[in-house]
Write a protein that binds this ligand. Structure first.
Ligand code: UD1
Ligand code: UDP
Length: 382
C-alpha cells in the first residue's frame, strides 16, 4: 500500500516546539511518510528548536527579514508553499496554532485542494484584535481545516458553537509531550549565568514578553512594572530571555536595562528554558506557550495581557490575568512575593493541557482517517 505523505508546516519557535514531537511520532508510523516544511518566519529561534529536537526539515522557505510585516510574511509563505507542495507532494498538510505561517500554510493547502489538519485548534478570545493577528488566524484556519486537534474539551466546544461538526479530536496539547522530553531532575545549564543563580534562597522570576498587541504603551507599562518589582524586592532575581524582535529589544533597552537584579539574556534553547521554568519561583509572561507549560510544572503565572484564550489554568487557579497596567502588575506580583499563602494557593501542578499522549492521538487520528487503523483515538480527558 502507498505511504500517506503528511507534511507538517511551521515557522516560529512555539510552533516548532509543539510540532517537532509530532513530526517524530509520524516518522515512527510505518504507513506514513513524515515530511517537514519550515517557513523560517523565525530564523535563529526556529533553528535552535530544530537542533534541540534533532529534526531536519525537508524544505525550508527561509523567509525571515528584520522587522517583517504581516503581509510580507503571508505573501512570501504563500509563494514558497507552492514550490514546497509541488516538490514534496503531500496528501495531508498539518499546520499549528495561530501564526502568519499557520494561516498561509492552510490557505496554500486549500489552493492546492489538499486536506488540512489543524493542531491546537479551537482556542478563542472572541476579540478580533486580541491577540492580534492570532485570533483571526485561528478563525480563518478553522474555516479551511478538515481535521481539528483540540487540546481541551473547551476548545472542541468553541468549534461546535461555530458550526464545525466533523473531524474534531480532543488530543491534549503537544507541548506537554515536548516538556516530558526536555525537563530533567538533574540539569546543568549551558548558559552559565543560570547555573550561578541560587534557586533555593532567591526568588527567581522568569519573564517573557513579545506580543504585537502589547507593542507601544502596554509594553512600556510592562517594562516599568518589571523594573519596579526588581527595585523594590531585594530577594528576587528577574530572568528575562529577550525575544529577538527589534521592537521588543528597543522597549527593553529603553525602560528596563540597567535595573538591579534583572538578568537580560538572549533567547534560550527550549530545553534550557523548560528546565529554568521547572526551577523558578514564578512566571510573568504574555506568551501563550508559557501559560500551558508553567502550570504543568507547578509554577504560578501572571499573564501580562487583558484576556486569554487559555482559561483552563485560570479555572484551576494557577494562572491569573494581571493586565497591562503598571500598578496592577506590581500589586499582583508583590502579593505572590510576600504572601506565602497566596503563593501556595497558586503553586500546584495542574495539567489541563495534556497527558503527554497528544502526538500519539493525532497520529492515530490521521491513520484512522487514511484507512490505516480501524478505530479513532480515545479523547483526552483532563
Ligand atoms: C510571531 C507570531 C506570534 C508568536 C511569536 C512567537 C505572527 C503574526 N506572530 O510573532 O503569534 O507568538 O512569533 O515568538 O505570526 N526575529 C529574529 N530572529 C528570530 C525571530 C525573530 O531576528 O529568530 C526578529 C525579526 O526582526 C522579525 C521580528 O523578530 O522580523 C518579528 O518576528 P515575527 O515572526 O514577525 O513576529 P513575532 O513577534 O516573533
Ligand atoms: N521559549 C524558549 N526560549 C525562550 C523563550 C521561550 O524556548 O527564550 C519557549 C517556551 O518555553 C515556549 C515557547 O518558547 O515553549 C513559547 O514561545 P513564545 O512565547 O515565543 O510564543 P507564544 O507561545 O506566545 O506563541
Amino acid at each position: 500500500m502507498k505511504e500517506v505523505r503528511v507534511m507538517s508546516v511551521f515557522g516560529t519557535r512555539p510552533e516548532a516546539i509543539k510540532m517537532c514531537p509530532l513530526v517524530k511520532e509520524l516518522s515512527a508510523r510505518p504507513g506514513i511518510r513524515s515530511l517537514c516544511c519550515v517557513t523560517a518566519q523565525h530564523r535563529q529561534m526556529l533553528d535552535s528548536v530544530l537542533e534541540v529536537f534533532h529534526v531536519r526539515p525537508d524544505w525550508d522557505l527561509d523567509i525571515m527579514t528584520p522587522r517583517q510585516t504581516l503581509s510580507g510574511i503571508t505573501s512570501k509563505c504563500l509563494l514558497g508553499m507552492d514550490e514546497a507542495i509541488e516538490h514534496l507532494k503531500p496528501d495531508l498538510i498539518l499546520v499549528h496554532g495561530d501564526t502568519s505561517t499557520t494561516f498561509a500554510g492552510a490557505l496554500s493547502a486549500f489552493y492546492h485542494q489538499i486536506p488540512v489538519g489543524h493542531v491546537e485548534a479551537g482556542l478563542r478570545t472572541y476579540d478580533k484584535y486580541s491577540p492580534f493577528p492570532e485570533e483571526m488566524n485561528r478563525v480563518l484556519v478553522s474555516g479551511i481545516a478538515d481535521m481539528y486537534f483540540c487540546p481541551t474539551e473547551g476548545n472542541r466546544e468553541n468549534l461546535v458553537k461555530e458550526g464545525h461538526q466533523k473531524g474534531i479530536f480532543i488530543t491534549g496539547n503537544t507541548v506537554i509531550d515536548a516538556l516530558r522530553t526536555t525537563v530533567q531532575k538533574e540539569y546543568q545549564f549551558a548558559t552559565d549565568e543560570l547555573n550561578r543563580l541560587s534557586y533555593d534562597t532567591r526568588k527567581v522570576i522568569l519573564v517573557t514578553c513579545h506580543r504585537r498587541e502589547n507593542y507601544g504603551e502596554p509594553m512600556k507599562n510592562i517594562m516599568l512594572a518589571l523594573r519596579q518589582i526588581a527595585e523594590e524586592n531585594r530577594d528576587v532575581e528577574l530572568v528575562y530571555p529577550v525575544h529577538l524582535s527589534p521592537v521588543v529589544r528597543e522597549a527593553v533597552d529603553t525602560y528596563l536595562r540597567g535595573a538591579p537584579r534583572v538578568h537580560l539574556i538572549d533567547p534560550l534553547p527550549a530545553d534550557e528554558m523548560h528546565n529554568l521554568m521547572a526551577r523558578c519561583y514564578m512566571v510573568l509572561t504574555d506568551s501563550g506557550g508559557l501559560q500551558e507549560e508553567a502550570p504543568a510544572l507547578g509554577k504560578p503565572v501572571l499573564v501580562l495581557r487583558r484576556e486569554t484564550e487559555r482559561p483552563e489554568a485560570v479555572a484551576a487557579g494557577t494562572v491569573k490575568l494581571a493586565g497591562v497596567v503598571q500598578d496592577d502588575i506590581v500589586t499582583m506580583a508583590s502579593r505572590l512575593i510576600f504572601d506565602k499563602k497566596a503563593y501556595e494557593q497558586m503553586a500546584h501542578a495542574v495539567n489541563p493541557y495534556g497527558d503527554g499522549q497528544a502526538c500519539r492521538r493525532i497520529a492515530d487520528a490521521i491513520e484512522w482517517r487514511c484507512g490505516l487503523r480501524a478505530n479513532p483515538p480515545e479523547d483526552y480527558r483532563a
